[in-house]
Design a binder for this molecule. Structure first.
Ligand SMILES: Cc1ncc(COP(=O)(O)O)c(C=O)c1O
Length: 392
């Protein structure tokens, strides 16, 4: 028995609670390797923090700037894990990284602007930019390095470009960006006076090396940098909708706060979510470290499966708990193959394609391996048996 053994996975609860294409959304005999949301219960310290606060029976309005304990915990975490000096005052807690992207896009882009995003990348990038009224321009990413094509990037910039969004590590490619590439991106942003926004929600899930935050002291300084992140991936808190935006000074923080709508009370983050987040960062690091050990094993298992499965070809990754193989043969679209596998092999995957990860993701499928060895093994056995039966 350990923190990430199969006996920890409570399928009865997951079937009631885990939505978003997972256990509670699908037929009971289907194994979901879909939305990036772990199958394991969170660190007990997090639940204890919530219970203690709840037992005091006061649920008053929180501060629009965010709970100071959480803001300090984020700054502590960025120093500890990424060697970043972050002033807690300039941390804006937000209701999810997704909402963080929306707030940032609203603040720095609008009608008549365009924003450059990577291709492939998570669909939230496009959604947030378009919700702000701006146009999306996509820049090809080299799938073997995760790096944007800098020549193309330069050619996409117009006088109306307001920002470059990056995803580090990249969902769905599972690649972290090098210091050198980040410096080149900052150079280009600075040359054209653009914002550079780094979504670092996956930064804690990295294998054999650390992620370089956009605020890393070894990167060149630049005033128009922002970081968006959250606790759905590292600490499995997706249902608490807890994220944050990091800025470098009070003026930008105030703009973000205005953009958030928190001051109206129409938007905001439950105090409980912020305290849970603080507890994750200050008391549950051991849990994340054990999770990373487990994930590394599951990554190996997933890569072995891809090697053996005739329809997939591995694309190497060094971060996230996602694998993004190519579909070989090229006869079927990603969506059709995922649908067929779901129907016949009873395993759910996420298809590549413009709907989820921009156009360059077509021809791939995404596998989330944040589950137990037994569940993952069963899913892979089903897929291998299915391919043998179909004589693929
Ligand atoms: C790159 C990226 N950004 C943002 C999110 C959304 O995170 P949250 O649950 O905090 O909204 C995800 C979730 O998959 C993601 O992969």
């Amino acid at each position: 028995m350990g923190l990430f053994t199969h006996d920890q996975v409570n399928l009865d609860l997951l079937r009631k609670r885990a939505f978003n294409y997972r256990w509670a959304s699908l037929e009971t005999d289907v194994i979901p390797l879909t939305a990036a949301d772990p199958d394991f219960p969170v660190a007990p310290e997090i639940s204890e923090t919530i219970s203690n606060y709840a037992s005091q029976r006061y649920f008053s309005y929180g501060s629009p700037e965010g709970n100071s304990e959480f803001k300090e915990a984020v700054a502590y975490w960025y120093k500890k894990r990424f060697n970043v000096m972050q002033d807690p005052a300039n941390v804006l807690p937000v209701n999810s990284a997704a909402y963080g992207l929306f707030i940032v896009a609203r603040m720095i882009a609008g009608n008549g602007n365009n924003v450059i995003i990577p291709n492939p990348v998570d669909f939230l990038f496009r959604k947030s930019v378009e919700a702000a009224g701006a146009e999306v321009r996509t820049c090809m990413v080299d799938k073997s390095t995760g790096e944007m094509d800098l020549k193309e990037l330069r050619s996409l910039i117009t006088p109306s470009t307001s920002a470059i969004f990056i995803c580090n590590p990249n969902n769905p490619l599972g690649k972290r960006l090098s210091l050198d590439h980040l410096n080149k991106l900052i150079d280009i942003a600075a040359e054209h006076n653009l914002w550079i926004v780094s979504d670092e929600i996956w930064a804690d899930i990295s294998f054999d090396g650390n992620v370089t935050s956009l605020f890393d002291p070894n990167l060149q300084e630049y005033d128009k940098k922002l970081v968006v992140s959250g606790l759905s991936k590292n600490f499995a808190l997706a249902g608490l909708r807890i994220g944050y935006v990091l800025s470098q000074n009070q003026r930008v923080f105030n703009e973000l706060l205005d953009s958030s709508g928190h001051k109206t009370t129409a938007f905001g983050i439950p105090v409980l979510s912020q305290l849970a987040g603080a507890s994750a960062f200050t008391r549950s690091e051991y849990w994340l470290d054990a999770f990373l050990v487990h994930l590394k094993e599951m990554k190996g298992l997933t890569e072995e499966f891809i090697e053996a499965f005739p329809l997939f070809e591995s694309v190497s990754s060094n971060a996230t708990y996602l694998s993004f193989p190519n579909i070989t043969g090229g006869k079927m679209s990603s969506a059709d193959l995922v649908q067929l596998i779901h129907k016949e092999a009873r395993v759910a995957l996420v298809p590549g394609g413009a709907e989820w990860f921009e156009s360059a993701s077509e021809g791939h499928v995404r596998i989330c391996y944040a589950t137990s060895r037994e569940i993952l093994g069963e899913a892979f056995n089903r897929l291998l048996e299915w391919s043998q039966k179909k004589k693929i």
